[in-house]
Design a protein. Sequence first.
Length: 201
Amino acid sequence: MFYRGKTAAYSSEFEKSNVCIGSLTRVELLLIQRIRRNRNTLKNSSFFFLTVFTLSTWRLLKLETHNAFMNMALDESILRARIRNLAPNTIRFYRWNPSAVSIGRFQNAEKEAQLEACRKHGVDLVRRITGGGAVYHDSEDEITYSVIAGRDGLGTEDIALVYAKIYSGLTEALKILGIAADFNQGNAKACPNLTVNARKI
């Protein structure tokens, strides 16, 4: 059940500016294909011959809907390309179809999700490459975001400040929609998060 789905369409058009609406690079599409075929074949790859992006370049990927496996393959391919400085800092918005449960890299699927209920209701189960807990992603009422950036992209290597910067943007966006959100710094057991009416979003 890990990383399967359709390959994303590729557009060669890419604007180099501080913030731009962009598309996936050829490297990222090749990485998606390799992730789907064999997650261990990325070492010593010979196809990394594209533009090296400056750390100040940011790309916004338009909202798209994919199944859980494609969504996670996309995030991983962008991350791998960014690590090699072959893709710009990226903000990605996406939706899930069908609904899915994603579990953290080190979690046990049988302990974190009701597998039979997922099968019965057509809910996909996928493992993220990041840590954290199990998350239910609804196909109708959720928009997910990912921020993939180099260490200098957010001006700090302090993870608490990284969360604060990202959440400040989300807080402002929610304010435009008339929703008041509160930033919680988290603790040893919980990551920083945003809440609305004391409920995590």
